[in-house]
Ligand binder design. Structure first.
Ligand code: AMP
Ligand code: MG
Length: 419
């Protein structure tokens, strides 16, 4: 048996970063930037107001207070988007809106709340003037051009993952098309004489193909493009034919047929069609795993990850082995899932020296994380995965973990459930 790290290392050694592609900005969400982006201009492009108020000179409002306001002449008004035609001079002001370009001469914006504007509107005081009720230092409530990004600056490096904030920054630079590493196409082939497509009526002795759906959803969730290839029976000829459907994929994932049963033909076919490494991995669930490659016509090799058929095993081995491979192909540099330390509320036995990935629900109580088993841990009990938000990792060398022990939990869907 080899360790999880050894198996993952061999898989990652084989897969490489895919090619670049150009995409409209929004379509690049979740992908990795394949170019360095420099700022073609300052952001913001011009000095502008951070408040609705009056643009003035700091010197004009020195010593202003509620009781003794400084009265300034109003020489104009600037809305966002227009170019100021007026200038601010000592003793004058310009009414200005948030985001509007700062007029020449102004170095402070006094917010409406610090003026007597409302009182003027209510009374007969002239609106050609404004009373400033507080003194503000130069630069107050002004966003300087280039304050966020300076022209010529390296704003985003090749290798950055494009999240919503990155897309926003690129848009602020007027970048409508981005160069990104393309997403891998991952073929998904279920195997097994008993496995039936969900479009068919359920027949005696048969089960529905759930693996294709959970695996395709995992591929999608981690940024790949799933290509479901149906179900192949446990027969060498037909399985070989089905493998051809994956020739244009960047990776093939099969489920089932890698154990030691009479009909476990995946490894037989792989051995005949390409190179195969078949391993028993020191983990539970998910001991049997096949990894190999088969050749395309152009001589390029397609990596093939043969996951076990049990629905829980296939999902967990996907998390551990396929997800990092997809991330690497997408150009990501790190793929560790967030993990937390939690207090285990059940006991877990580990009597055959494998690394256990136990399905747990993590809940936070009084500032501490607690992990409890989702119930029966059979690798066919797929509903246990619907209850779990994490996988507690019990090391190979630990024979028993008692309630109250602190264990590492790899979080499965952190966005919703980490708190
Ligand atoms: P195998 O790895 O082929 O021995 O399959 C192990 C177990 O997983 C068996 O009970 C299979 O019926 C089940 N299984 C295999 N493939 C699928 C699938 N695509 N969907 C649901 N269960 C499956
Ligand atoms: Mg089978």
């Amino acid at each position: 048996m080899i360790s999880v790290e050894e198996a993952l290392g061999k898989i990652l050694d084989f897969v490489g970063v895919l090619e670049e592609e150009e995409k409209p900005l929004l379509d690049g969400l979740g992908q990795v930037l394949a170019e360095d982006v420099y700022a073609p201009f300052d952001v913001p492009p011009q000095d502008n107001s951070a408040m609705d108020g009056y643009a003035v000179q700091a010197g004009s409002i020195e010593g202003a207070s509620y009781e003794a306001p400084k009265i300034l002449r109003v020489v104009g008004e600037i809305g966002a988007g227009s170019v100021p035609k007026v200038k601010v001079e000592p003793g004058t002001s310009v009414r200005i809106m948030t985001g509007a370009s700062l007029p020449q001469g102004a170095d402070v914006v006094v917010p409406f709340e610090a003026t007597d504007e409302v009182d003027r509107k209510r009374t007969s005081l002239s609106e050609a003037e404004i009373g400033i009720r507080s003194s503000l230092p130069g630069g107050s409530n002004i966003r300087r051009s280039g304050e966020d990004i300076a022209k010529g600056e390296l704003v985003m490096k090749r290798g950055s993952v494009l999240r919503p904030a990155e897309l926003g920054v690129l848009a602020s630079l007027g970048k409508g098309v981005v160069s990104v590493i393309r997403r891998p196409v991952v073929g998904i082939l279920a195997t097994g004489d008993e496995v039936l497509d969900i479009s068919q009526p359920l027949l005696p002795g048969r089960i529905y193909n759930s693996n294709t759906y959970s695996l395709a959803a995992q591929v999608l969730g981690y940024g790949g493009i799933p290509k479901p290839l149906g179900v192949a029976p446990d027969e060498v000829g037909q399985l070989s034919k089905a493998l051809c459907l994956a020739l244009d994929c960047d990776m093939l994932i099969t489920s089932g047929g890698v154990s030691l049963g009479d009909y476990d033909v995946v490894k037989q076919v792989l051995a005949a069609e390409g190179d195969i490494s078949f391993w028993t991995v020191r983990m539970k669930p998910g001991k049997p795993l096949a990894f190999g490659t088969f050749k395309r016509d152009n001589g390029k090799k397609v990596p093939h990850l043969g996951l076990p058929g049990n629905p829980v095993s296939s999902m967990i081995t996907f998390e551990v082995f396929a997800r990092p491979a997809i991330a690497k192909m997408m150009g990501k540099r790190s793929w560790a899932k967030p993990s937390i330390m939690a207090i285990l509320e059940d006991s877990i036995e580990n009597n055959d020296g494998r690394r256990v990935f136990a399905r747990v629900v993590v809940r936070k109580r009084e500032g501490k994380h607690f992990a409890s088993l989702t119930g029966p841990q059979g690798s066919g009990v797929l509903t246990s995965m619907t209850k779990a938000n994490g996988l507690a990792i019990i090391p190979e060398t630990t024979e028993e973990v008692k309630p109250g022990t602190i264990v590492e939990v790899m979080m499965l869907d952190c966005e919703d459930n980490c708190d």
